[in-house]
Design a binder for this molecule. Structure first.
Ligand code: NAP
Length: 413
């Protein structure tokens, strides 16, 4: 084998701009600051990237996981990548280069396992009994055209935030979805640089059998964005487009996305769900799936436990229907952070108060799902730690085991 040829190619790490949702997770995760972005694209600096793969598993879309064999002298520059609307085609590399690249991949995979154990609190596998998901059936070039069947405001009219429940009908088009998966929405029109808007991802809020059972439709939970992260007035492109949709309008969908944040299918598995705000979308899908199974007489022994945080009851998506679920189906605890005359309560505070019940569930065949604001992650992990320690359990090793077994899933933005 020609050693000189072998070292001539590297695997250049690239991000697919067609699938990336610009959530900043990769940039936050990268331990060597190789990832950067402009107002449009997230890109990887080939001079800095050391193929540690730390960014790969936290990426919610998989857009991060692209590797092109390139001669080191001709890698794509940051300027190249920032100008892309789609990934370039993979260039053919000599067989020796492919082998070399494979060797790098294997080394990286081993590093990744170690690194994930240290820094990532989320499973890279789906639960062992999860149904097999379909992925990427529709892309930017060939989206699915869904028709709006309904658009309802979920939060009270006097609530500060407007959260909408939007039902989309896929007609006769094949769009199989599992609870915990997401779809991409392509808002019409162009951005400030006259390029088509990139897609935005939303978790599906309906179960696999459809928003209406037996219908080929799905639902989304969308909060109208009217300010940016600093509180400056600004209108979110996709959320305002979606919240303003009328019945009969046509929406361009991509996906399905997501092969990890899936629910277990075996009957006795318990779900422990922790969410804030619109992070309730996948929890609603999972809960509804279990409710329908139970209603149809199927044996479902597993328990459901939910911690759900919002500012006030009137800000809570699905508050009404949730409170009507029978207690033997779901044990629900709300945490309200801005109730007048009451101390601020976050989900992690309520988890601490109910630490014994949390631990009891954790001792069983339990799968944990955390979805919502990124900021809650640390507090929720601390609450698990505290509850377990009080019960004489070692949370760090339990956590790692759950991650390893596909039983600890986090989706936060
Ligand atoms: P939100 O209304 O801003 O917040 C919900 C609750 O979380 C509030 O009570 C808030 O309290 C509290 N909170 C703030 N910081 C917290 C912390 N560090 N720990 C625990 N609780 C905390 O929620 P939202 O605007 O709906 O946002 C939900 C998040 O879910 C977004 O980041 C969204 O991207 C994500 N998400 C959405 C979907 C979807 O399909 N729509 C799917 C997955 C994830 P205070 O504000 O009073 O401090």
């Amino acid at each position: 084998m020609n050693a000189a040829l072998e070292t001539k190619y590297i695997q250049q790490h690239l991000i697919d701009p067609e699938v990336c949702i610009r959530c900043n997770t990769c940039e936050e995760t990268c331990p060597v600051d190789a990832i950067t972005h402009d107002s449009r694209n997230y890109v990887v600096n080939a001079d800095i990237c050391n193929h540690c793969n730390a960014c790969v598993s936290p990426c919610p879309t998989g857009s991060i996981d692209h590797w092109h064999p390139m001669p080191p002298t001709a890698v794509y520059s940051l300027a190249d990548q920032l100008s892309w609307d789609e990934l370039p085609a993979v260039q053919a590399a000599p067989p020796a280069a492919e082998k070399h690249a494979e060797a790098i991949d294997k080394a990286s995979a081993a590093d990744e396992l170690q690194h994930n154990a240290a820094v990532s609190p989320t499973s890279t596998n789906a639960p062992w009994s999860a149904a097999h998901p379909y992925l990427n059936l529709y892309g930017l070039k060939k989206p699915l055209h869904a028709v709006v069947a309904g658009n309802f405001r979920l939060t009270a009219n006097n609530a500060d935030s407007a959260v909408h429940h939007i039902v989309l009908d896929c007609g006769t088009q094949f769009m199989p979805l599992l609870e915990g998966q997401s779809v991409g929405i392509i808002p019409p029109g162009v951005d400030a640089s006259s390029r088509p808007h990139y897609l935005r991802m939303y978790s599906v809020a309906s179960p696999r059998t459809g928003e209406r059972e037996g219908y080929n439709n799905l639902s989304l939970t969308v909060k109208r964005v009217t300010t940016d992260h600093d509180g400056k007035p600004t209108l979110g492109v996709a959320s305002n487009y979606l919240c303003d949709l009328k019945k009969g309008d046509v929406v361009q969908l991509t996906g399905p996305f997501g092969d990890r944040f899936l629910m277990p299918n075996h009957a006795d598995s318990n779900l422990l769900m922790v969410c804030t705000g619109t992070g309730s979308a996948p929890m609603r899908a999972m809960t509804e799936h279990r409710r329908r199974l139970k209603e149809s007489g199927k044996t479902v022994g597993g328990k459901l436990m939910l911690f759900f945080g919002a500012r006030k009851p009137e800000e809570l998506p699905y508050f009404g229907p949730l409170t009507k679920l029978p207690a033997d189906l779901m044990d629900t605890t709300f945490a309200f952070s801005r109730q007048p005359d009451q101390p601020r309560s976050y989900v992690q505070d309520r988890m601490r108060e109910r630490g014994r019940d949390v631990v009891e569930l954790l001792r069983g065949d339990t799968h944990v799902y955390i979805c919502g604001l990124k900021g809650m992650e640390v507090g929720v992990l601390e609450a698990f730690n505290e509850a377990c320690t009080l019960a004489g359990l070692h949370w760090p090793s339990m956590h790692l085991r759950m991650v390893d077994e596909g039983r600890f899933h986090v989706e936060t933005y």
